[in-house]
Design a binder for this molecule. Structure first.
Ligand code: C5P
Length: 243
């Protein structure tokens, strides 16, 4: 029998992903420096955070949210990447506002959206693949790592209020991947109601949506404090030595 439609091979049916990179923070804890444009082992942090997604076969387009001054005048290496697969938008006052601005600029035809913080330059494509394998209709998937230290809830004056059961706690990382419509409605609802979150899953959870945790990596460090740059450089050296 003649095949019904040759374009309907297994690869063609895989949902296409868009990627949102919030990079519009003010780097307060890093000493008010533009974290995405710091050099890490010879390459900008943002370039390292972008690269695994730009080169991924499932990715249709990437949108980067930048602080106003960087949006108005991006560095030459970033301006040179702008084209059908990468665009820039102006971020907002909060991470939530920056992600929403980028979400609204994603190309049409994208079924899934991955959000990945520019502050995580050590991400590798395996983590993204695990998220893509776990995401489904009405369900998001978030990279994370189980807590290893005992956790304490601490109140005023350093007084310990509670010791929750560590076994059930994970550190949430990015990427976080969701069906596009689910994430967009969670963001629009949060912004309408004046809520914001420190990650994307929180907004979907608040709407009653299902989100599953998948294995990220302890190497998927988030650059927050100045010392983190040094640690990231050492980890990169080890990674590149191992590869
Ligand atoms: O501040 P926080 O560590 O949660 O930032 C996580 C990510 O969100 C960073 O990559 C930062 O650049 C981005 N962000 C943003 N717009 C803001 C604040 C943070 O894009 N207004």
């Amino acid at each position: 029998m003649v095949p019904h439609c040759p374009a309907e091979g297994p690869l063609e049916r895989l949902p296409r992903a868009g990627v949102v990179i919030p990079a519009a923070g003010s780097g307060t804890r890093m000493g008010r420096v533009a974290k995405p444009f710091l050099e890490l082992a010879g390459q900008p942090v943002l370039w390292r955070a972008l690269r695994p997604f730009l080169g991924h076969p499932r990715v249709e387009g990437v949108v980067v949210a930048l602080a106003p001054e960087w949006f108005r005048s991006p560095p030459a290496w970033l301006a040179a990447l702008v084209g059908p697969r990468l665009s820039l938008v102006e971020g907002g006052e909060t991470r939530t506002a920056s992600v929403l601005a980028a979400l609204e600029a994603l190309p049409a035809g994208v079924d899934l959206v991955a959000v990945h913080d520019a502050a995580r330059p050590l991400v590798d494509p395996d983590i993204f693949d695990r998220c893509l394998a776990a995401v489904g209709p009405g369900r998001g998937a978030v990279a994370g790592w189980p807590a290893v230290d005992t956790l304490k809830e601490v109140g005023e004056g350093g007084r310990i209020l509670a010791t929750p059961c560590r076994e059930r706690f994970w550190h949430a990382q990015t990427p976080q991947v969701f069906p596009r419509d689910l994430l967009l409605s969670a963001y629009r609802e949060a912004v309408r109601e004046g809520r914001s979150g420190t990650d994307d899953a929180a907004l979907v959870e608040e709407m009653g949506g299902e989100v599953v945790m998948v294995e990220g990596s302890p190497w998927n460090l988030k650059l927050t404090w100045p010392e983190d740059l040094r640690v990231a450089e050492l980890l990169l050296k080890l990674k590149e030595g191992a590869g």
